[in-house]
Design a protein around this ligand. Structure first.
Ligand code: NDP
Length: 308
């Protein structure tokens, strides 16, 4: 029985060592050295090969190396093939760290102070107490709900929005289109932690920005295609939005002439909010492999209809 790994080769070496040490009954193979394809029952991949069942006829489960699965074309996957996303605790802690950094950067006006330093300006701005700063989290799933709870602990006024009704301690929860307006109107700093689906692509657009309070700021740690780039520039030029922190872009890296590179109101990072770490992800993956072998439900199953 073999597992085929098809992702970053550097981390592949660590995955291989972990399997050899803790699960020697599962042979670890690394793409493109797949050996006899009929022996491969599990695929751990960022992106599966084309015509997956032709190339891997004995495949039983597709494990994503990532928490998001928008890179998969579900129409090209057999509907009966279980798809499981990565619930690595290192992804959760990375996202919390990044959201904390980005929120405090905006809350404490660090972008302004960096600019002032360059201009030789020593000028204090009034502090806004955390309780008066309203944080809105788009997406209250595994990551969004943890981030929202974390900020409630800082004393911020936190709300969140999901597709269905959710309950998160100390967080005002909204759901569905009908409650989006109310949620947005009380979000001074909006953090997008949505999965990318047909329903959420382009959600961060002019219409949504207009429903945020004057001077609001945006953090996008979901996926680049949630954002309509030009609409953000427009909202910043109009002065309706004040700043943005973007970890993800629709084109990564952006073209040399993309306006975000030179825009001082935007802080860009190269999709580094969180990364799967083999050492912390391995126990999660192994637990799911053993669950599958025992015929038990796996954790993190993706619903192909919803796309997340
Ligand atoms: P989950 O699947 O656990 O949660 C998704 C949340 O989004 C749920 O609350 C869901 O609502 C909500 N949602 C989905 N579609 C809609 C919609 N149409 N309208 C309103 N709410 C919606 O995902 P995670 O929290 O684990 O991850 C979220 C995303 O974070 C990933 O898909 C990935 O894109 C991104 N990510 C980015 C990383 C980075 O490095 N920048 C790293 C890791 C993840 P409901 O609760 O009702 O289902």
């Amino acid at each position: 029985m073999a597992l085929l790994y098809k992702s970053d080769p550097v981390r592949g070496a660590r995955w291989k060592a972990l399997f050899a040490q803790h699960a020697p009954d599962i042979e670890f193979r690394q793409w493109p050295d797949i050996g006899d394809p009929k022996e491969i029952r599990y695929l751990l991949a960022w992106q599966p090969p084309e015509n997956i069942m032709d190339s891997l006829p004995s495949l039983e489960v597709l494990f994503a190396t990532s928490a998001g699965v928008d890179q998969f074309d579900f129409d090209a996957l057999p509907p009966e093939l279980p798809v499981v996303r990565m619930l690595d605790p290192a992804i959760e802690s990375g996202m919390i760290e990044y959201a904390t950094f980005a929120t405090l950067w905006l809350h404490r006006r660090m972008g302004d102070y960096v600019r002032q330093q360059r201009e030789g300006q020593w000028q204090a701005h009034m502090l806004v107490p955390a309780a008066q700063r309203r944080i809105g989290v788009l997406g209250l799933g595994q990551l969004g709900s943890t981030i929202a709870s974390h900020f409630a602990g800082y004393g911020f006024a936190v709300s969140g929005w999901a597709r269905s009704s959710r309950q998160v301690q100390d967080v005002a929860c909204y759901h569905g289109e009908a409650e989006l307006d109310e949620f947005l109107s009380s979000s001074d700093i909006l953090i997008c932690v949505l999965p990318l689906t047909d329903a959420t692509r382009g959600i961060l657009n002019s219409d949504l920005f207009a429903r945020l309070p004057e001077g609001a700021a945006l953090i996008n740690i979901g996926r680049g295609e949630h954002l309509v780039d030009h609409d953000l520039t427009q909202a910043l030029d109009d002065g309706h939005l004040s700043a943005a922190v973007l970890d993800v872009l629709s084109e990564e890296p952006p073209a040399d002439d993309h306006p975000f590179w030179q825009d001082e109101r935007i802080l860009l990072t190269p999709h580094v909010a969180a990364m799967t770490q083999p050492d912390s992800a391995f126990p999660v993956l192994l637990d799911n492999l053993r669950r599958h072998q025992r015929g038990e439900p796996m954790i993190g199953r993706v619903d192909p209809q919803r796309g997340y």
